[in-house]
Structures are given as structure tokens and as C-alpha cells.
Design a protein around this ligand. Structure first.
Ligand SMILES: *Cc1c(COP(=O)(O)O)cnc(C)c1O
Length: 422
């Protein structure tokens, strides 16, 4: 089936007389006839549900659809994108380990890695997404367990050279994890370029309406953990907290990683997505292929308009001819990149603030990637504690406006921008 059909029909095929739309299983717990039946679930010997902190049938249907969209073998939903990022790394790296990450990633991911996970004893080395292959090799250590990057980084809009990062990760015997939130599987499927694990903040385009937080982790099933049993003991050696189950033996390469994350991390941290939110997410997925196309059309129209505007000093959009990442985007994102455009307002900080104050269609929000056009001036919002010098070091200029194109008519967005400059 083509990806457009998977968006609508993936994950769930009702049998005779069953509901057309996925049922919301609004239950914390599940009933069994005997303790022996339940015991089998606790030993991971039988498939089934016992408590919604670990797994819920609604969530599993939606995760299955996302696995189909990405071309993976297994997936799990999480309560937020942050939880997905954390689990994706913590599932294979623990205290004393090391991870290589692109420096151009979502700010929340950067903070999670550089501050919180570092406090847990995991070291991170950040490399430029544009580093040479030699520089990338040099970042590895004997205890490196994973490489992390973002297909299109939020908010820097850099495009990751997925093939290169995958090749170097594999040369060192570790998987490449890619946050595919901004591209979505409609525009890029990182597994086709060698990535091993994909994460999402489903809060963004996937749910798409600013209604429900969520995250997702998908496994390609391609990384062979058993080639490196000493590097990945959690997957290749018995888990004492589950009666000695060895995940790669019990679930094979297709299911080991996700089953371990569910059995250990969901059990112990409980960042499960509410089934009601999974239902909203599924509604969003049903139109993802239609919406993403429109988001990208609007963004390209806005980027082209801004590029020639006398009050605009620079425009960044990977789909715009002449952009620093245009060539790479043509390779990895030939059908479109994302709906977010960054640009500089001539006159700097004050001019950017004045411009945004006059917008009527675009709302000022700490959000991106939903149906409603929104924008943010990082220098006076997310990055407001920083001086202009600190902003420059963080790659955020004082004049930068991050503009997330929604699903409105591009002509109305452009007219709104035009009047705000007036
Ligand atoms: C928003 C975002 C996240 C974090 O997701 P939440 O759902 O807000 O927790 C992670 N990665 C990217 C690229 C994002 O845009």
C-alpha cells in the first residue's frame, strides 16, 4: 500500500461488525480468569494487557500505524516527544556510557542530553551536522552506544546527512537514532537511508491540531544487537527484573528494542500516552499526507515572498532554492521539507518585535507545526535571558522570527505579513 493509504487505513483493520474507528480502551486494568494466565504476561510468555501504565490496546493500534508509515517492525507511543527522546537513548545507554549527537537538535533534547542525562552519568559529545566524516569518527569513544540527530532540526532548519551519520555509526557498531518530527514519514523515511531507530514528537504535524501531546519510538528491526553483546548487554543478556528473559532471543531483532523499552522503561517511568490522546493522534494521522503537503506549499510560498522583501535581511528554508541545505533537502526531502520558515527582520530585535506585534493571522505561540499559523521571536521568548553575544553563540540572531505555516490560504498569510511590515 502507498503511504497515503497507510495514513488512513494502517494499524487497524476492523473485523465483521467491529467499529470502523479505533476504539478508545478507557481502562487502567484488564481482567483474567486465573493467576496463572496473568503470570504468563508478567513473564513476557504471552501477549496481552494487564495495566495501562505499560501498554494499552488503543495506543498499540496507533503505534502500529506509525511503524507502517516509517517502514519499521515495532513501535511504542509515549506521553510526549521528550519521553520518546529519553527512552530511545536510555534504552541502550546507561551510567558510564557515551553518546554522539548532532549539535543542531531541538532545544529540549539538547537540555535533556547536556544537563539531565549527563547528571545520570551519560556523557554526550555534540558535533556539527555539517562535520566531516573524519570529525564524526573522532567523536567516538570505546563506550559510545548511539548516535543521535534530527532530520530537519527545530528551530535551526539544518538537514541531517542521514546516510553519512548512519555509515559512521555502523562503522563503530552503534545505531543511528533520528528524530523525524519535522519531516514526518510523508517527506522522509530515515530507515530508507540507514537510520536504525526513529523518534517523534507526535504533538507536532502527526496530531497536527494543537490538541494532544504525545511521542513515538519506531524500530527498523535492522540493527543487529547480537553482534555486540558486550556493548548492549541489556538486549543480549538475561534481564533479572523479568525472570531472566533475553530480549533478542525472545523477540528477535524485530521486537527486542521496543519490548525492552516497554517492559523496563514504561514499567519504571510510566510515561504512557493517554488512550484518548492516542485517539486524537490517529485522527491526525488519517489526514497527515494531505496536511503536510499543504504546510509545505504554504511555507515555500511564504519563503519565496520573504526572500525578495525589502524589510527582510535573510530567509532560511530547506526547500528554498539557494538555501544552504537545499541540495541535501533535494536528496532526502524531494517532496517537501516542513512548514517552518526562519527569517531576519531588518532593524534587529526591536523591528522583529514590532513586526510580530502587528500580525493578525499568525499568533504568537511557543509551538510549531499545527493547523494554525504561529510564530515566535526566540530572542524575547525562549532565549530571552541571553545577551546578543550569547544569542549569536547559540545560532539565534536577535532579528530571527520562527514562522510556522499552518493550513490557511497562503495568500492570507502573505497579506498578513505584508500589512505587519507596513
Ligand atoms: C517539540 C519537539 C520535541 C519534544 O516534543 P514534546 O512533545 O513537546 O515533548 C522533540 N523533538 C522535536 C523536533 C520537537 O519539535
Amino acid at each position: 500500500m502507498k503511504i497515503n493509504t497507510k495514513c488512513v487505513q494502517g494499524g487497524y483493520t476492523p473485523k465483521n461488525g467491529e467499529p470502523r474507528q479505533i476504539p478508545i480502551v478507557q481502562s487502567t486494568t484488564f481482567k483474567y480468569a486465573s493467576s496463572a494466565d496473568m503470570g504468563k504476561l508478567f513473564d513476557l510468555e504471552a501477549d496481552g494487557y494487564f495495566y495501562s501504565r505499560l501498554q494499552n490496546p488503543t495506543n498499540d493500534l496507533v503505534a502500529k500505524k506509525i511503524a507502517e508509515l516509517e517502514g519499521g517492525t515495532a513501535a511504542m507511543l509515549t506521553s510526549s516527544g521528550q519521553a520518546a527522546t529519553f527512552y530511545s537513548v536510555f534504552n541502550i545507554a546507561s551510567c558510564g556510557d557515551h553518546v554522539v549527537s548532532s549539535s543542531s537538535i531541538y532545544g529540549g533534547s539538547y537540555n535533556l542530553f547536556a544537563v539531565t542525562m549527563r547528571r545520570m552519568g551519560i556523557a554526550f559529545t555534540f558535533v556539527s551536522p555539517d562535520c566531516t566524516e573524519e570529525e564524526l569518527h573522532a567523536a567516538f569513544r570505546p563506550n559510545t552506544k548511539a548516535v543521535f540527530g534530527e532530520t530537519i532540526a527545530n528551530p535551526a532548519l539544518t538537514v541531517l546527512d542521514i546516510e553519512k551519520f548512519a555509515r559512521v555509526a555502523h562503522a563503530h557498531g552503534v545505531p543511528l537514532i533520528v528524530d523525524n518530527t519535522f519531516a514526518t514519514p510523508i517527506n522522509c523515511r530515515p530507515f530508507e537511508w540507514g537510520a536504525d531507530i526513529v523518534t517523534h514528537s507526535t504533538t507536532k504535524y502527526m496530531e497536527g491540531h494543537g490538541a494532544a501531546l504525545g511521542g513515538c519510538i519506531v524500530d527498523s528491526g535492522k540493527f543487529d544487537w547480537t553482534k555486540y553483546p558486550d556493548k548492549f548487554p541489556g538486549l543480549c543478556k538475561p534481564d533479572d527484573s523479568y525472570h531472566g528473559v533475553t530480549y533478542t532471543e525472545r523477540f528477535g531483532l524485530s521486537g527486542a528494542y521496543i519490548n525492552k523499552a516497554t517492559a523496563q522503561l514504561m514499567r519504571d517511568f510510566g510515561s504512557v500516552q493517554a488512550p484518548q490522546n492516542a485517539f486524537y493522534l490517529n485522527l491526525g494521522l488519517e489526514s497527515l499526507h494531505v496536511r503536510v503537503k499543504r504546510h509545505c506549499e504554504n511555507a515555500l510560498a511564504v519563503a519565496r515572498y520573504l526572500k525578495n522583501h525589502p524589510y527582510v535581511s535573510w530567509v532560511q528554508y530547506p526547500g528554498l532554492e539557494g538555501d544552504k541545505y537545499y541540495e541535501r533537502a533535494q536528496k532526502y526531502l524531494p517532496d517537501g521539507s516542513c512548514g517552518v520558515v526562519s527569517f531576519g527582520v531588518k532593524g534587529g530585535r526591536a523591528a522583529a518585535e514590532a513586526f510580530m506585534g502587528k500580525l493578525r493571522v499568525a499568533a504568537i505561540e511557543t509551538h510549531v507545526a499545527d493547523a494554525h499559523t504561529c510564530c515566535l521571536h526566540p530572542a524575547s521568548a525562549t532565549h530571552r535571558q541571553m545577551t546578543d553575544a550569547e544569542l549569536a553563540a547559540a545560532g539565534v540572531s536577535p532579528d530571527l522570527v520562527r514562522y510556522s505555516c499552518g493550513l490557511e490560504d497562503a495568500a492570507d498569510l502573505i497579506a498578513d505579513i505584508e500589512q505587519a511590515f507596513g
